[in-house]
Design a protein around this ligand. Structure first.
Ligand code: FES
Length: 250
């Protein structure tokens, strides 16, 4: 016989969340971080930019980014000029190029800078489409990680890659580096592995290599590694990341 009607089955369930859960700001921030910001997020509908040349700035991002349709498809790109960080477009519209109203730097619909008045050479500064976040470096000493991190930032800027802060939810890629050294005789070699993840934590690509460190004094391990060695690794890393990005995007 079924016991569905017994008194214990009829007791009110206490599985409901306590009322304060619906008003707790700390919990809300935790939910946003863990549930909503970890996965793909809605940027906009393709019908916002139905025709080539259409653009639509994202009001909920203070118009910092926009959707742009070019002949190849739709790009989600920065609406902030690479010259002096002016906002370029307001709302929606259609344009042949993206022209900054301040000093007339001009980008094509793929975000590539094609003209910079008053500059002898057009700087290599395209609109950012890839916020990259660098996770804390694992395995390297602070003395070695510091020049590495600084050079990663410099090189990324040169390559038109935007670095996202550690709490920035807009990152599209996360770079995690693992480092070690190997000393043989007088030679020390830095061995490194970088894993590139998407915001959901899926590994997309791996970059690895090693760099011989010109000896610094009569030491071994990290004290033997000069800042220039770490800077060279940073340059190679960003160059390889950019090459992979270009290949995977194409
Ligand atoms: S701020 Fe855009 S061209 Fe100067």
């Amino acid at each position: 016989m079924s016991d569905l009607a017994t008194v214990t089955k009829l007791v009110r369930s206490n599985a409901q969340l306590p009322v304060n859960v619906y008003f707790d700001d700390v919990l809300l921030q935790q939910e946003l971080k863990q549930l909503f910001h970890q996965g793909p997020r809605y940027a906009g509908h393709e019908l916002m930019v139905p025709n080539a040349g259409d653009y639509a700035t994202l009001a909920w991002e203070n118009e910092g980014r926009m959707l742009v349709r070019n002949p190849q498809g739709i790009e989600l790109m920065s609406n902030v000029c690479r010259h002096r960080q002016a906002k370029m477009f307001d709302g929606r519209g259609n344009a042949n190029n993206i022209v900054c109203p301040l000093h007339r730097w001009t980008y094509d619909l793929k975000g590539e800078l094609i003209g910079a008045p008053h500059f002898d050479d057009t700087p290599c500064l395209n609109l950012s489409k890839t916020p990259l976040q660098i996770a804390p470096i694992v395995g390297a000493s602070v003395e070695a990680a510091t020049p590495l991190t600084a050079e990663l930032q410099t090189r990324a800027k040169q390559r038109g890659i935007t670095l996202a802060g550690s709490a920035d939810q807009a990152a599209t890629h996360v770079l995690k580096g693992y480092f070690s050294t190997m000393t043989e005789g007088k030679d020390t070699t830095v061995i490194y592995v970088w894993d590139i993840y998407d915001p959901a934590g899926n590994r997309l690509h791996r970059i690895n290599g090693q760099q011989k460190a010109p000896s610094v004094g009569a030491t071994e391990g990290w004290p033997a590694v000069a800042p220039a060695t770490m800077q060279a690794i940073a340059d190679q890393t960003i160059d390889q990341f950019a090459a992979w990005l270009g290949g995977s995007a194409g």
